[in-house]
Design a binder for this molecule. Structure first.
Ligand code: FUL
Length: 493
């Protein structure tokens, strides 16, 4: 097989729309740069969703099973998908992605492709199906369902051979055709190494650029679930953020042109991860980041980590560093050997959900008197009142020639806040490159904060609460007229 270039890998991605170089007078601004697809837009509105890592590892106390585990050991004593999903929902999670198969190769559904699956477990005499039960519970509770299917399979005798790709695609086909709508397909970059491999017990390394024929697998996923976003180190829809701590970069662009670790072509498992946190300003692919992190030190449940669960405030901090930087927050919460989420995890989720809901319940900027230095065509359809309507698809825009406008907000009385939210209407691309906010103090403007990327959402947490009756927002860097959808002031609960 020819070595695939980064270009050929990425060209297989969905078409990217580029801004037409034209000036529109009076009408909506022309879109700028790479643009999101409808499924990427829908995904970005979810903000927070969960990972559920559950497998033989839950029973062996491991993070990466070798692949020689006896399927019979998978036997949760009180599996309750409703408890899992309801707890995630209380944490504000809008979806759940299940490790249908982790690196150990054990399939949580009765697959036709291998005997290394739930059919040969003791659980429900081999008649159970965790994928079915969790996907149904998710849909019952109004959460979306997503699948993780590890490309690396340390159990399969075929791993490393061409036959495995066929088997992997059959597994993917089963998952994407049997369990209803899927919102995200998660392709892990961790690939190849020691394993059981049907008894061979050896090291198998694969060429990350060619072995999987990723464009072919992505096309299959798209064919079977056209609304699902595809995640990997290099997208094509959603990119890995480059770390497993739950942080996007302080500057974080929605667009990205990934390169490999050594500066060559990129592939899943070969990406210069430090670049993934920031993305690429004016990059040619709309590929926003997802921040995956576990509520515990490990991805799977381990008894010894029961007292190491992140607190609601820890989770809130991660929310600011992911959602608040234009990424999504993928929080892993692993079930224990009963097949339930533990009380500590459940309590932390619930309080985190309440903190977020209470913090953003009221936009203190609503009701302010707004004065914009320019409104597009003098048309109120593009006026600054759109910033306060809670909608991401109405926006304040200026004339094409006005790239650095200002907006003054007057409250008529002092308002106290310690959190600022800005959102662009990303349907028109990522336009704004820099902004500043000033506060009126002792008869003059005083700089309060400044930043770079906005995109889907930018949250600015202030060290101290500000008490002021007048604020000013300045767009200080934008190659085109801005299209800002939301401006909010909040008090952290
Ligand atoms: C990694 C895997 O190796 C971990 O076990 C975990 O599944 C994490 C989400 O992705 O690459």
């Amino acid at each position: 097989m020819n070595r695939m270039t980064r270009r050929s890998l990425l060209m297989a991605a969905p078409a990217v729309a580029f801004a037409a170089k034209r000036t529109s007078v009076g009408g909506a601004p022309s879109p700028y740069g790479a643009l999101p697809s409808a499924r990427q837009l829908a995904w970005s509105r979810m903000e927070s969703y969960s990972f559920v890592h559950f497998s033989v590892n839950t029973f062996t106390d491991k993070e990466w099973g070798y692949g020689d585990e006896d399927p019979s050991i998978f036997n949760p004593t009180a599996f309750d998908p409703d408890q899992i999903v309801a707890s995630l929902k209380a944490g504000g999670m809008k979806g759940v992605i299940l490790t249908c198969k982790h690196h150990d190769g054990f399939c949580l559904w009765p697959t036709r492709t291998t005997e290394h699956c739930i059919r040969n477990s003791r659980w429900r005499n081999g008649k159970g199906d965790v994928v079915r039960d969790l996907s149904r519970a998710a849909h019952r509770h109004g959460l979306k369902f997503g699948v993780y299917l590890s490309p690396w399979d340390r159990s399969s005798p075929y791993y490393g051979k061409p036959e495995y790709i066929e088997l992997y695609r059959q597994q993917l086909t089963e998952l994407l055709t049997r369990y209803g709508p899927v919102f995200e397909v998660w392709f892990d970059g961790a690939n190849g190494g020691d394993g059981y491999y049907g008894g061979a017990r050896e090291k198998r390394l694969i060429d990350k650029h060619t072995y999987y024929d990723w464009p072919g697998t992505w096309a299959l996923a798209k064919k079977l679930q056209s609304d699902a976003v595809i995640f990997s180190d290099i997208g094509p829809d959603v990119r890995w953020v480059g770390n497993e701590k739950g942080h996007a970069g302080e500057t974080c662009w929605q667009t990205y042109d990934p390169v490999g670790e050594n500066g060559g072509p990129a592939a899943p498992g070969d990406v210069r991860a430090k670049d993934s946190m920031a993305g690429t300003r004016n990059g040619s692919h709309w590929m926003p980041p997802e921040c995956d992190v576990s509520i515990r030190p490990g991805w799977f449940w381990h008894e010894k980590e029961n007292d190491k669960v992140k607190t609601p405030r820890d989770l809130l901090d991660l929310y600011y560093k992911s959602v608040g930087r234009g990424a999504s927050f993928l929080l892993n919460v692993p079930p224990d050997r009963r097949g339930l989420l533990c009380d500590t995890d459940v309590a932390s989720l619930k309080q985190f959900g309440e903190l977020v809901a209470n913090t953003f319940a009221k936009n203190l900027a609503a009701g302010a008197k707004l004065e914009a230095s320019n409104v597009r065509g003098g048309n109120s359809a593009y006026g600054p009142q759109n910033l306060m309507d809670g909608r991401r698809d109405t926006y304040w825009a200026t004339d094409d020639a006005v790239k650095n406008p200002e907006l003054t907000l007057e409250f008529g009385r002092p308002v106290s806040f310690n959190l600022i939210r800005l959102c662009e209407d990303t349907r028109l691309g990522q336009r704004i490159g820099a902004f500043a906010i000033d506060v009126w103090k002792d008869g003059d403007w005083s700089p309060l904060t400044q930043g770079t990327s906005i995109g889907t959402c930018r949250l600015i947490r202030l060290d101290n609460a500000i008490n002021s009756g007048k604020l000013r927002l300045r767009i200080t860097g934008s190659p085109v007229c801005p299209a800002l959808a939301e401006f909010g002031l909040f008090v952290e609960a």
